[in-house]
Design a protein around this ligand. Structure first.
Ligand code: DQA
Length: 153
């Protein structure tokens, strides 16, 4: 299966951006580990990073045609974007939300996620490894859905 992995604004600066919060792994290093992990299980990933909300919305819409699932870290848009929430609802593709940090343990304005009630799962606080945990859970979820479909139940 193919999974779309989306990184939101400022995640292109991982490695130099607030390393005490987000760690020292760069985005290319995290992406390489995601690709390797997917490949080990016989799956493929389409990985994109967008600083703009519209780019993320477009990528979510494309995923409807290309991917069985989405892993998304909407970054700052987690707390503000009705458009990203609407795009996920419109596509209906099973989605896991990832955060490198634990947003709830930080400032007040990070306490709210506009997508947490519409995703199948949420992983936070494990840095870049969170993407791998998300992929594992998402793939298992999709395989179970496909098995249910084929058994007619
Ligand atoms: C983040 C948490 C957000 O609050 C923040 O705006 C980010 C990164 C995380 O991965 O921990 O940019 O999504």
């Amino acid at each position: 299966m193919n999974i779309t992995v989306l990184h939101g604004p400022n995640l292109n600066l991982l490695g130099v951006r607030e390393p005490e919060i987000y760690g020292t792994d760069t985005l290319p290093a995290i992406n390489a580990s995601i690709e390797k992990f997917a490949d080990e299980f016989g799956h493929t990933v389409t990985i994109e990073q967008h600083n703009g909300e519209g780019g993320l919305v477009d990528a979510i819409q494309r995923a409807r045609l290309t991917s069985e699932g989405i892993v998304i870290n909407p970054a700052g848009y987690t707390h503000t974007s009705v458009a990203i929430r609407d795009a996920l609802l419109a596509t209906g593709v099973p989605t896991v939300e990832v955060h490198l940090s634990v947003p709830e343990a930080r400032e007040e304005f990070r306490q709210i996620s506009l997508i947490s009630d519409i995703v199948i799962g949420r992983i936070s606080g494990f840095g870049g490894d969170g993407y791998l945990l998300a992929l594992q859970g998402l793939i298992r979820h999709i395989e179970e859905m496909q098995a249910d479909d084929s058994s007619g139940s």
